[in-house]
Design a protein around this ligand. Sequence first.
Ligand SMILES: C[S@@+](CC[C@H](N)C(=O)[O-])C[C@H]1O[C@@H](n2cnc3c(N)ncnc32)[C@H](O)[C@@H]1O
Length: 224
Amino acid sequence: MTASRTWHDLQVHPCFDWTEPDAGVVAAVPHWRAEGRRLVYDLGCGAGRHMAYLEAHGFQVCGTDVSPKALRTCAERLAQVGLPAWLVRADMAAAPFHDKQFDVAVSTNVLNHGLRGLLQQTLDEVRRVLRPGGECYLTVLNTWDWRCGDGQEVEAGSFVLAAGPEAGVLHHFFAEDDLRDWVRAFELLELSREQTPISPAGGAAGPAHESPVMRDAWAVLLRK
Ligand SMILES: C[S@@+](CC[C@H](N)C(=O)[O-])C[C@H]1O[C@@H](n2cnc3c(N)ncnc32)[C@H](O)[C@@H]1O
């Protein structure tokens, strides 16, 4: 297999500048609160934009990430706003938690970094740590994303990117049938497509482009 960089090899990533929560997380919070859900697993928390948002809305959140830099940034940002930082360094495929521990899992822009088998193992782990009836909100890149097809395809839908700030990093891009197969152990509550224009100056995606490009992802709400 082609060697790829791991995400945590990257020293700086624009996602560490993201502060606004994902629209799907914002939309889910009122019903999670109304249902009395309290304990949230934020897989790949990055700089902690969802930890901060969810904690400010009364949830107790555990953030995990493989990157020490992400965890440091996250701890600093939560400290700045006086919120707790329950952070654990862990790889996505091995959740260091008990079975049925969490009411909710959130993972945005993380579950693209691996071959399909690893991503299946990761989602199985998420399911294991959710209680029955637990909900899971995910965003993952899809095959319309501007980077899909860039670099070397090492497996169907999985590319080691050739350009941009994530050059050398393995990304899986989900087609709809692939996505539906991936989440088949859950009840699929919502599936939508999120398109985000990326600024020609690079924005969240990387190299300067003359014409705008589109970050394209699936947003998925699941119930165990
Ligand atoms: C694009 S950032 C998204 C951060 C955050 N979820 C957000 O939406 O703001 C991807 C995050 O996934 C983490 N990550 C990448 N590979 C991982 C792995 N194998 N296990 C755990 N976290 C991983 C990175 O360190 C990074 O913080």
